[in-house]
Design a protein around this ligand. Structure first.
Ligand SMILES: Nc1ncnc2c1ncn2[C@@H]1O[C@H](COP(=O)(O)OP(=O)(O)OP(=O)(O)O)[C@@H](O)[C@H]1O
Ligand SMILES: [Mg+2]
Length: 340
């Protein structure tokens, strides 16, 4: 078994507790052992996280259902343990597959909270890494890097984004394989205090699992994050604006629906992340619009309302520029720009 030394370098650490419900300590396992589902839920306050998940995240029905199922399993395990029945810690390593901006990181944070509240992991934080955090450039560098990250993640969730980059079959001497082997051991031996979530595009994850059956067999839950449809994206936009203390005017809402139709046809569309970016720019345009009118006394409603013009200012709505005498087009949206 690999020993995990102390960690010193920075990996992205998030959590453990987000949202209004404060994280209580994991439920006590002795003395007043809860005897009913209601008692476990009350002690752990896990239902607050499940409700927040339902409320805050638009769509994602199958994902939410699977998380409820996992929570139910852990609650029943608590009851079993309370009665002295066999309750082995289930393996909870997961794979979140889906396109960019479909909510994988957000759900991982909530998952960590749930696992913590039900006493499955001690701390409930999320350490988010990619290949570069785990794999070294030179011989002998990978094992210490991977172990440092694992040490940091113990007691919480290790979220490995674009996990398939760990495996590079084209490079015979790739150090990624070393990281994978260490991960596999720790996933097996420390599964009662570390949950690993692998995330990335579905097709690449499938190829990765085909080439790494050891990894595949350790992943108990595969959660698929579908792309959002237009009504869901609009709903997400409204929820994001509300959180920021803004709202669309009726015309702005219609303009944003049109914006989404155009944006969905552009390359590099990143679901809710693109919506967030679009709203950031709409707020910039709104601010410039209000800023330009120096002497007007703006009311709260003015300051909080995104108008249609703030949306229509996007380059997506720009008419194709006239052809320049040199034959070069100007000002048309560049296919390389991720958000417009
Ligand atoms: N269903 C949803 N409802 C509301 N907001 C959402 C939803 N899904 C994602 N978001 C928001 O969209 C943004 C991007 O989400 P997140 O980072 O979780 O996606 P991701 O799948 O991890 O993307 P990437 O693959 O690009 O890392 C976040 O600000 C998140 O709060
Ligand atoms: Mg992410």
């Amino acid at each position: 078994m690999y020993a995990i030394p102390g960690a010193t370098r920075a990996a992205q650490v998030e959590g453990p507790s987000q949202g209004p419900a404060q994280s209580p300590s994991p439920i006590p396992s002795t003395m007043d052992t809860p005897r009913t589902v209601a008692a476990v839920l009350a002690d752990s306050q896990v239902e607050a996280v499940l409700d927040e998940l339902d409320r805050d995240l638009v769509g994602l029905k199958p994902v939410k259902q699977r998380i409820r199922d996992i929570a139910a399993l852990l609650v029943i395990d608590k009851l079993r343990a309370g009665l002295g029945l066999q309750a082995q810690n289930p393996s909870l390593h997961m794979c979140f597959s889906g396109n960019p901006g479909t909510g994988k990181t957000t759900v991982a944070l909530r998952m960590a909270q749930i696992l913590h509240r039900l006493g499955y992991v001690r701390k409930g934080h999320v350490v988010s890494v990619t290949r570069d955090d785990l794999v070294g450039q030179y011989i002998g560098h990978t094992a210490p890097k991977t172990k440092e990250v694992l040490k940091k993640a113990m007691g919480g969730v290790l979220f490995i984004d674009e996990a398939y980059y760990l495996y590079r079959p084209e490079n015979e001497r790739d150090y990624g394989q070393e990281a994978i082997e260490i991960l596999l051991q720790v996933m097996e031996n420390h599964r009662d205090d570390l949950v690993v979530i692998l995330a990335g595009y579905q097709d690449r994850m499938n190829t990765f699992f085909q080439s790494n059956p050891g990894m595949s067999s350790r992943i108990a839950h595969h959660l698929e994050f579908p792309d959002y449809d237009s009504p869901e994206l609009l709903h997400i936009a409204q929820a994001m604006l509300q959180q920021q203390g803004y709202r669309f005017s009726d015309q702005a809402e219609q303009a944003f629906e049109r914006y989404l139709q155009l944006r969905l046809q552009q390359p590099h569309f990143a679901n809710a992340r693109s919506v967030r970016n679009a709203l950031d720019r709409a707020r910039l345009r709104q601010a410039s619009r209000l800023f330009a009118d120096r002497h007007r006394e703006w009311q709260a409603a003015d300051l909080c309302t995104i108008e249609a013009t703030d949306i229509l200012g996007s380059r997506l709505f720009a008419a194709p520029a006239p052809v320049h005498p040199t034959g070069v087009h100007h000002a048309a949206p560049s296919p390389a720009s991720p958000d417009l």
